[in-house]
Design a protein around this ligand. Structure first.
Ligand code: NAP
Length: 313
């Protein structure tokens, strides 16, 4: 690859709603952005099934189909999309240098939209049934569990928030926590303890989720960590709420991040502490984490990058 081939006006890292919306806007601004998709093209929505809360789709849309449409829309206006994973960056030079598993790229501006990943327990059954009764997002999937009995794994604010939210749909929600004390804030604990549809199983870990893609979830196998007792617990859905992790390992030491590894943006803009580097979507947001908020944030990043590039001329 020649020096000129690998130079781009805007390079976008990530291909979820934030990255692809940034690509759409940057492409329509004639910046011919390069999108480096990462190892999960389309991002977290590609591991969900129906998306019913993205505006414009009254009958809902499958997550992978929505992301394919976003990619096509960005490409139609000149975005180039490559299935490559960024391994390192160098912001010490006038141009922002990005190293992938296949080559080196230099960008006048860079947009980081690498998202976050819901932490998982690492069980085979959890992986198999993700999107088939197992979820990491109550706001996205709670609606599909009307009249069901659910289990939420975790003991932090997310677990309790999800548990309480899920009672809108489920008849009963049981929070399974590995200790006998919650990590969640006092106010969330009070709310959850007072809720008549929320119950708790303490000192227990999830050993396995029972079910299949055809029949969906029919129960879980729990282990009491104090007694070693293993029991089956019937339920029709499992929400894993043990935290999220921003995908920023490759940025460590190169850009300002908070204690949890989220990139710090100068709100309300998407500027970071590095000139010409912008960040958008879940990689800067531990709070909302919605496709539509990520898309909005991606739009802002492209506009910020465009304005910044114009100011350089
Ligand atoms: P968190 O505070 O890190 O809590 C994660 C929970 O999952 C902990 O209870 C932890 O158990 C448990 N856990 C972690 N790994 C596990 C494993 N392998 N097996 C079983 N359990 C496991 O994460 P979070 O609840 O997502 O919250 C993240 C941040 O966002 C927090 O600062 C939180 O306050 C904030 N937040 C706030 C709100 C709100 O204010 N409404 C809502 C959501 C999140 P241990 O306790 O034993 O470590």
């Amino acid at each position: 690859m020649s020096e000129t081939d690998n130079r781009h006006r805007v390079i976008i890292l990530g291909s979820g709603p934030a990255g692809l919306t940034a690509a759409l806007y940057a492409a329509r601004a004639n910046l011919a952005p390069l999108v480096l998709e990462g190892n999960q093209p389309g991002g977290q929505l590609t591991i969900t099934t129906d998306v019913e809360n993205y505006p414009g789709f009254p009958d809902g849309i499958l997550g992978p189909a929505l992301m394919d449409s976003m990619r096509e829309q960005a490409k139609r206006f000149g975005a180039k999309v490559r299935f490559e994973q960024v391994t390192s960056v160098d912001f010490s030079k006038p141009l922002r240098v990005v190293q992938t598993d296949e080559g080196t790229y230099r960008g006048d501006a860079l947009i980081v939209a690498t998202g976050a990943s819901a932490m998982s327990l690492g069980l085979e059954s959890e992986k198999q049934l993700m999107g088939y009764g197992v979820s990491t997002c109550a706001t996205c999937d709670g609606f599909f569990f009307k009249g069901k009995e659910l289990v939420v794994i975790g003991g932090g604010d997310s677990a309790l928030e999800e548990a309480i939210y899920l009672t809108k749909f489920a008849t009963k929600v049981t929070v399974v926590h590995r200790r006998d004390a919650l990590r969640a804030s006092k106010i969330m604990q009070d709310r959850a303890f007072a809720h008549e549809q929320v119950e708790f199983i303490w000192d227990s870990t999830l050993r396995e989720i029972l079910g299949s893609r055809e029949e969906k979830v029919r129960g879980v196998v729990l282990e009491n960590v104090k007694t070693g007792e293993v029991t089956e617990f019937p339920c029709q859905g499992v929400f894993i709420a043990i935290g999220h992790k921003p995908n920023t390992g490759f940025l460590k030491g190169h850009i300002d991040m908070d204690a949890k590894g989220y990139v710090v943006a100068e709100e309300p803009t998407t500027r970071t502490n590095i000139e010409g580097v912008f960040a958008c979507g879940d990689v800067i947001d531990s709070s909302y984490r919605q496709a539509v908020t990520a898309a909005g944030s991606g739009c802002k990043a492209a506009m910020d990058a465009e304005r910044w590039l114009e100011a350089q001329n």
